[in-house]
Ligand binder design. Sequence first.
Ligand code: NAD
Ligand code: ZN
Length: 669
Amino acid sequence: MPKNIEEKILKLREELRIHNYNYYVLDNPTISDYEFDLMLKELEKLELENPQYFDPNSPTQRVGGEITKKFKTVTHKNRMYSLANSYSKEDLIDWEKRTVKLLGTNDVEYTCELKYDGASINLYYKEGKLLSAVTRGDGVEGDDVTANVRTIKSVPLVLQHDFVDEFEIRGEIILPLDGFNKMNEERIDIGEEPYKNPRNTASGSLKLLDSREVAKRPLDCLLYHVVANSYPKSTHFDILNEARKIGFKVPEAIEVCKTIDAVFNFIEKWDEKRYSLPYDTDGIVVKVNSLAQQDELGYTAKAPRWAIAYKFETEQESTILKEITYQVGRTGAITPVANLEPVELAGTIVKRASLHNADQIEKLDIRVGDTVYVEKGGEIIPKIVGVDFNKRPQNSETTNYITHCPDCNTQLVRNEGDAKHYCPNEYGCPTQITSRIQHFISRKAMNIDGLGAETIELLFKEGLIHNYADLYDLKEEQIIPLERMAEKSAKNIILGIQKSKEIPFEKVLFALGIRFVGETVAKKLAKYFKSIDALLSASFEELITVDEIGDKIAESVLNFSSNLINIQLIDRLKSYGVQLEVSEESLEGKTEVLTGQVFVVSGVFTEFNRNDLKKSIEDNGGKVASSISKKTNYVIAGDNMGPSKLAKAESLGIPIISELDYMAMLENN
Ligand SMILES: NC(=O)c1ccc[n+]([C@@H]2O[C@H](COP(=O)([O-])OP(=O)(O)OC[C@H]3O[C@@H](n4cnc5c(N)ncnc54)[C@H](O)[C@@H]3O)[C@@H](O)[C@H]2O)c1
Ligand SMILES: [Zn+2]
């Protein structure tokens, strides 16, 4: 058995070494990054479980790149590391826990930035001048590609202002998608094989021997890290800001996050938004913001402990695009969908893929009949990432994006700054109407049992509902005769609708489907305004004073409230008894968190007076007893608690807690 494990480890190391070579030296990988990362993870795991086979030369212990020897080999002044990878939020949470533990404090800020998909580079500046540009190589030594990097227009050769006398700045040489496509068109025109992807092309370009050739390529350089002996600022974020000021191209998509939840928000936002960037990104990099804390955390053999990459998963296949169809969303947003010749990808059969928006189709020049590359990432619906131009049919035609709604034939609009087209027929477009009602009844909104997406469509088709308020007018007799309905299911539907009148205001607010008002925003607005009337009469200025409410949300709320149709719907919901304000119970701080718990209160308190304490217990669903018995769950003890009570509680083993413990109990529930 152990022999087998050793063999397995050796085999994985050898295979990974070959893939590293293909990827870093030849710029021509033969497996997907995802597959590569899986193999590396497997090796890591085996090595960890079998430390007797440790080898400092294993691909798990070394930065993957290699020196090509085509250029002068240079030893890095400061080692260049890779990044620890993660593919799940659990991994990120684990990393945060480790970080907090190692630092011995919760007081940690993170910066989130995008992970630019290119080739890493180290630029060395002294007295305001670029002296060298070296590839990462194996992290210890790299290729001196200074002459090539000098041709990249966004790399400053001389700095405008003072920064630090001597420093290194690290970044990624990338090839923006536009330029990549242009290069490919030209190659096809001259009968050459198109390049695979922007990353490998960028990396390959950097290693061309003739810098005049490099100058012709539309390369760019995005910076993400400064290394120096002393720093002008104490955080990573502030230093990158300074670097931007003196002329380096530091992307704007960088944020300081105070909690791991904020990190997740950043990830969620960019998981979608990254498609509107002019270049490829393959994930997010999370870094500890304080340089002092970074210093304290240090490095493993391969990567800093103060940073971690979160990768968007990918796996690729190629197949034929049969047709492009267009979907209308709840907010009227149009999403183009690729209908594909079915293909197996990541263990599932893929027939459809998202094309995101008109820009994406144009950028990739996707046409019906093309053989396209499909990837499946963390997202549910796979995406098309490119076209195999070699296989493009003779008679292929450029895709003309639709100009009218496929559902209601209204002319589409596209607002400035929006990537998507919209159908403006909000209250007449059938798909928008039904999806709005479907959202209204969904679990996180009104949570109406017995009603599903299909039933909504049926009810709409039968003319029984036109909006969510109509639900409350439905009668059993109207539902029973419908297809696949019976007395029982009709009863359930009506009952479910009736019960939804108890759903608290914050959920109702979410259910209304105001654009950009998601679950969390709805909670914030409900807490602040306390009623729909207050919210809908709020001014722009008032709206944006609410924590985390920005211009976009404020405008959307105003837009909603300025529409008479919405006001009428709200009035109807009110008349049916739907919760359109925060309930008195929750206003008075009443909850059910102590239901079933019996308390005895004894002694003198500092935070509460005794009666308030008793009232608080009852308001939260608990009971107050006057004497201690076996049924007592907690004794809340103040100063000078009677000795006989104390003895009794102790003899029965009943927990004695302080008023502070009690308050914590309420808060944690
Ligand atoms: N398919 C294959 O055969 C094959 C072989 C080898 C490597 N790979 C892939 O290549 C990748 C290369 O691995 P790697 O060791 O370079 O690690 P990596 O690319 O996963 O992450 C480290 C690198 O990310 C870059 N980076 C981009 N944006 C950054 C930012 N904002 N902050 C910090 N760093 C940033 C840096 O250059 C850094 O060196 C992996 O994804 C792996 O899957 C694939
Ligand atoms: Zn429409």
